[in-house]
Design a protein around this ligand. Structure first.
Ligand code: BGC
Length: 252
């Protein structure tokens, strides 16, 4: 029988969850998405997570639960909140979520979860050395994985580049909000990735987030030494990575 765990991805606009087959890295049922409550305070969001789990009834019972948040997470405490309610800063989020859900959970940064999913099941499978996974969305999330081991909370979306918080210039939201054409946006991405490359010399870049659906519009135009490839798991990556991470935490 397949080994399963449950993944939940908390984003600025939606809370998504599904059971995941840990051998294939695929969701075993259609994911459920409920809009993120506004304001996105931890308790309101935790109740939404409970609703997502409840939708699966018995299918979610007994499974390890991994949850992602768009925050720095250390020892179950959320430490930052760039694109979510500021109440998450220095908040005992893992305890509160476990309390409201009535079961143990594992909490991690959303980009770290997406990065692990790509290393285990996606575009970075089997890649030795340093992989940097970036998710281009409302913000920029990053995961650094060295020889398969995650270095958590890298937050390279907030590097200061040319006097700007990098994600304000190069996140996918900058392109839509400033109505940039692809040429202009590609220049911003080029600058962002060349700074990452100069600082970390990764062996591989993986680009995720909704925009990776259109990767042919920008990836072929970036000039870097390391290969840069689109993510394979697309919008499931957070769910899948969180499920896998929760399973590992449970079995160590
Ligand atoms: C946050 C990160 C998060 C990323 C993607 C950034 O603004 O600081 O923690 O991973 O957005 O959601």
């Amino acid at each position: 029988m397949a080994e399963l765990a449950f993944g939940v991805d908390i984003g600025g606009s939606g809370v998504k969850g599904a059971p995941v087959d840990l051998v294939t890295g695929e969701c075993t049922a259609e994911r459920v998405r409920i809009p993120t409550p506004q304001p996105s305070t931890p308790k309101a969001v935790a109740k939404t997570v409970a609703q997502v789990l409840a939708e699966f009834g018995d299918a979610a019972a007994g499974l390890a639960v991994g949850i992602t948040v768009p925050c720095v997470v250390t020892h179950g405490i959320t430490r930052s909140a760039a694109n979510i309610d500021k109440k998450w800063i220095d908040y005992a989020a893992a305890d509160v979520l476990a309390d409201i859900l009535g079961r143990p959970i594992t909490l991690m940064n959303d980009a770290d979860a997406a990065g692990l999913a790509e290393v285990y099941y996606g575009a970075a499978q089997g890649q030795a050395g340093l992989v940097i996974v970036t998710t281009l969305g409302t913000g920029i999330g990053t995961a650094m994985i060295y020889d398969g081991v995650l270095i958590p909370n890298s937050e390279l979306g907030h590097l200061e580049i040319d006097g700007f918080d990098a994600e304000k210039r190069a996140a996918a939201s900058a392109r839509t909000e400033e109505d940039l054409n692809w040429n202009t946006y590609i220049k911003r991405l080029q600058r962002y990735y060349e700074v990452l490359e100069a600082l970390f010399t990764p062996d591989l870049f993986v680009v995720g987030g909704g925009i990776s659906r259109n990767s042919e519009k920008f990836l072929p135009f970036l000039r870097l030494r390391a290969p840069i490839v689109p993510a394979k798991l697309r919008n499931q990556a957070g769910i899948v990575g969180a499920a896998r991470f929760a399973h590992e935490q449970k079995t160590v």
